[in-house]
Design a protein around this ligand. Structure first.
Ligand SMILES: *Cc1c(COP(=O)(O)O)cnc(C)c1O
Length: 387
């Protein structure tokens, strides 16, 4: 009787249906399936944050509607954190907005700046929300392939001029999900110069800035001079503080871009529960040792799993950020076929690269977000893989 709207009907098919079915079958057979598919930290939220939430939830002033742009105290904590971590100055009143998780902001942002038929430059492989938010706004995604020979950075200078004329936004995400690649300040600088020349908004997704290991800390695009003229950055407490379930994020940067997103949000949501934002302040002020403890755990897992994959003859993209490994499927397999083999022979679930877009074909993603003991077991199974 009822028909889905075109915007729903045009959504790509759910690529993991087949894997989900196979996983359920395996479990029904009694296999101890280890799921390295989802990027959702297994470690609980640090206790000081949980304790802050317990106190905050008791306060009646938090029981009423929050302000749509977020509590000023939370936005101030975000500005202070950006200053400490990146040396970036932000005006908490105008250049910071609270989000109900960064996915919410990423999905809503195109509604503020994209008219039907406008183009949004979306990387591929990528977090699917860039493309879907574009489609929901009536925009047209233009795919920027992320290729290993370019260290999974987009070749934005290759975009033809007729596309550029219609382009409103370019999405970038470094440290990158799914490839684990990182970007340099030089890359951001070139991107900003190009975006200014063509009047294109740079939307940066920095969800993984704190999941790094050796070497330089991943930069924020806002560290680059002039970035605030063209850029908005989306960030989240989800990955840094093991808070995926809490739904707390922020967007920062260009005042007009923040205001546009704010206008959309005032009309669709009424902000995030203030008790959560208060706990978020505690999170942003956690001692660095607490975050370092989490990094050390991921680092150990990364080393164990990389070694096992290499022993099995698999090629892992070298990176020192994110809790993902981006691995080449061996010759003779598609991503889907190889992921199925891993499930059949090792009872391990991974994500096929094409689940992140067609240019992810030929790879699969391993998420290091299971308890280390389980990961060691998964590594043993992979070592025994016959290719
Ligand atoms: C996890 C993730 C997010 C953050 O999601 P939240 O909605 O803040 O939980 C954003 N971008 C990418 C690429 C991610 O992987």
């Amino acid at each position: 009787m009822f028909e889905f709207s075109q915007r729903i009907s045009q959504l790509p098919p759910y690529l993991f249906a087949q894997i989900d079915k196979k996983k359920r079958e395996k479990i029904a057979q009694g296999a101890d399936v280890i799921d390295l598919g989802v990027g959702d930290p297994d470690i609980p939220t640090p206790k000081p944050i949980v304790d802050a939430m317990k106190r905050a939830v008791e306060k009646p002033e938090h029981h009423r509607y929050p302000s749509y742009e977020g509590m000023l105290s939370f936005r101030q904590a975000v500005a202070d954190w950006y200053k400490r971590r990146f040396g970036v100055e932000l005006d908490p009143e105008k250049e910071v907005i609270t989000l109900i998780g960064s996915k919410e902001g990423i999905a809503h942002f195109p509604l503020a700046f994209v008219n039907p038929g406008d183009v949004v430059l979306c990387p591929d492989p990528a977090y699917p929300v860039y493309k879907i938010g574009t489609l929901f706004a009536g925009g047209v995604p233009y795919i920027l392939p992320l290729k290993e020979e370019n260290n999974f950075l987009p070749d934005f200078k290759s975009v033809p001029s007729d596309v550029l004329k219609k382009a409103k936004i370019i999405w970038v995400n470094y440290p990158n999900n799914p490839t684990s690649a990182t970007a340099t300040r030089e890359f951001y600088k070139e991107l900003i110069d190009w975006a200014r020349e063509h009047n294109i908004i740079v939307a940066s997704d920095l969800a993984y800035s704190e999941i790094y290991f050796d070497g330089e800390k991943p930069p924020s695009i806002l560290e680059i001079e002039g970035a605030k003229d063209v850029a908005i950055e989306f960030h989240s407490l989800s990955k840094t503080f093991n808070m995926t379930g809490w739904r707390l994020g922020m967007a920062v940067g260009n005042e007009k871009l923040i205001a546009g997103l704010g206008k959309v949000k005032t009309n669709v949501d009424s902000g995030q529960f203030q008790a959560i934002q208060e706990a978020g302040i505690t999170a942003l002020n956690l001692p660095e040792e607490e975050i370092q403890r989490l990094r050390d755990i991921y680092k150990e897992r990364r080393e164990v799993m990389t070694k096992a994959l290499k022993e099995a003859g698999l090629e892992v993209y070298p990176s020192n950020a994110t809790f993902y490994l981006w691995v080449k499927v061996p010759k003779g397999f598609s991503s889907a076929q190889f992921v199925e083999k891993l499930l059949e022979e090792c009872a391990i679930v991974c994500t096929p690269g094409n689940g992140f877009g067609e240019h992810g074909e030929g790879y699969f993603r391993i998420s290091l977000t299971v308890p280390t003991q389980k990961l060691l077991e998964a590594a043993e199974r992979i070592k025994g893989l016959r290719l």
